[in-house]
Structures are given as structure tokens and as C-alpha cells.
Design a protein around this ligand. Structure first.
Ligand code: PXP
Length: 249
């Protein structure tokens, strides 16, 4: 069966924050994505609030009809928000202020695991599912399992950054496959995401045990391009109508 699609709508909010307007509203966009067939909605509430705001998260909890996945850093402040909102599951991601987007998978090493374990325990204790966004590495999968999560999301960015059909792309896909098998064999629910679009998603969708995909930037970029034609026609019509009405008054 094809994996579920969770649409990441962060960059609808990026456009809104850029001008401080009320539009485009990610909450409205989430409804449209679900009407179009998305199985769920993903947002990343960053500590610097550069795109998604708390208001969006709280409204989305009330309006999303499918699965609602909240991506966040493993901090006490974010834990408090997540425990209040109670999304269907939280994806813990590494977060750096200066980065443009999430750069690598979480550090699930022994030391980092203690801080992660506290947040994982808090969420699971409240009945919220927990996913860790990790590099496609069987060792990281095993450590995630040991930390008590029920889901892992494999970072597909390395595969997406490789030149299409190159030996490096094949190598990165093989890495993803090895990590996917490790997750499936441990009984973890498996997701993947980062950098995916129509051109590169096919081989990822075919990964063994894969149940869900989180896709955002490429999809929103494509929607802008596909929608420009209609938006320009609409504006032309409004301009013509305005000009006509001025001439006739
Ligand atoms: N999964 C995780 C954990 C992410 O942090 C992101 C980016 O916010 C995505 C998936 C989606 O990546 P993209 O926007 O490149 O599709």
C-alpha cells in the first residue's frame, strides 16, 4: 500500500510572516490540503517562531481531520506546549537558530539520549506518540528504539541532494533501505521526509516498511508555480474591470 502523505505547511506561514499579514493562512491551507487528499498535516513550531505560530498550532489541533504531527525541538518550553495541545504525535527534531532548514538527523547518542528521554517520557506518558527524525543509519534506529519511541522518520535530504540517478543517489537510497529494514524489524512505525518532490519521491515511496511521508517545501513551491497562471488571469480581470468602471462613471 502507498505510504500516507502528511503535508508540511510551514512555508505557507513563511509567506505570511514575511509581510506580517493575515494571509496566506496555514490553517486554511491545511483544510485545502486535506480536501485534496492529504492524510495529515505537519508543522514545525520553531523556537524563533519564524513561520508557524502558536495560534496556528492551537487552531490546527481543532481543525485537522486527519493526522496532526507537531515537529519540535526537545526542550521544556516545547514539551509544555505539546502537552497542552496534544497533537496525534510529535516529531522531535534538532534545531539550530542559524539554519535555513533542519540540517541533519537528531543526535541520539548516549549523552544526548538523557535529555531526549525526558521529553519522550513526558509525551508518551500523556498518550502522545513520539517520532525521532534521524539519519538513515541502523545504529540510530536501534538507539531510537531503545529510547522508547514508537515512530522514526528517516532523513531523506542526503538522497535528495545527490545528483539524480548518480552512484551517490544509489548509495543514499541503499542507506535508506538498510535503515528502513532495521526499523521494520524492530516493529517501529516508519516515516521519511526532507527535500522530497514529484521527481525524487518514487524510490522513497517504495522503501520497505514505509508508512508515511512528510513533504513541504517542494510541494508549496510547486503549488506557487501551478497557481500563478490563474492568479495572474484573475488580477488582469480585476484590473480591466476597475478600468472599465472608472471610464463609465
Ligand atoms: N521532516 C522533517 C523532520 C522536517 O524537519 C522537514 C522540514 O521541516 C520535513 C520533513 C519536510 O521537508 P521539506 O520541507 O524539505 O519537504
Amino acid at each position: 500500500m502507498a505510504p500516507r502523505l502528511y503535508v508540511n505547511i510551514d512555508h505557507i506561514a513563511t509567506l505570511r510572516q514575511q509581510r506580517g499579514t493575515r494571509y496566506p493562512d496555514p490553517v486554511v491551507a491545511a483544510g485545502l490540503c486535506e480536501l485534496a487528499g492529504a492524510d495529515g498535516i505537519t508543522v514545525h513550531l520553531r523556537e524563533d517562531r519564524r513561520h508557524i505560530q502558536e495560534r496556528d498550532v492551537r487552531l490546527l489541533r481543532q481543525t485537522v481531520r486527519g493526522v496532526f504531527n507537531l515537529e519540535m525541538a526537545a526542550t521544556d518550553d516545547m514539551l509544555a506546549i505539546a502537552l497542552d495541545v496534544k497533537p496525534d504525535f510529535c516529531t522531535l527534531v534538532p534545531e539550530k537558530r542559524a539554519e535555513r532548514t533542519t540540517e541533519g538527523g537528531l543526535n541520539v547518542g548516549v549523552e544526548a539520549g538523557t535529555a531526549l528521554g525526558r521529553v519522550i517520557g513526558g509525551l508518551r506518558g500523556a498518550g502522545v506518540g513520539v517520532s525521532l527524525f534521524i539519519d538513515p543509519d541502523p545504529e540510530a534506529v536501534a538507539r531510537s528504539h531503545a529510547l522508547g519511541v514508537n515512530i522514526v522518520e528517516l532523513h531523506t535530504g542526503y538522497y535528495c541532494d545527490a545528483a539524480p540517478r548518480s552512484p551517490d543517489a544509489a548509495r543514499q537510497l541503499a542507506r535508506l533501505e538498510g535503515a528502513a529494514r532495521a526499523a521494520g524489524n524492530l516493529g517501529l512505525r516508519l516515516g521519511a521526509g526532507h527535500g522530497l518532490d514529484c521527481a525524487n519521491v518514487g524510490p522513497v515511496a517504495a522503501l520497505p516498511f514505509l508508512e508515511e511521508l512528510n513533504i513541504g517545501h517542494g510541494l508549496v513551491a510547486r503549488a506557487v508555480m501551478l497557481g500563478l497562471d490563474r492568479a495572474v488571469s484573475e488580477l488582469r480581470a480585476a484590473i480591466s474591470e476597475g478600468a472599465r468602471s472608472v471610464l463609465t462613471t
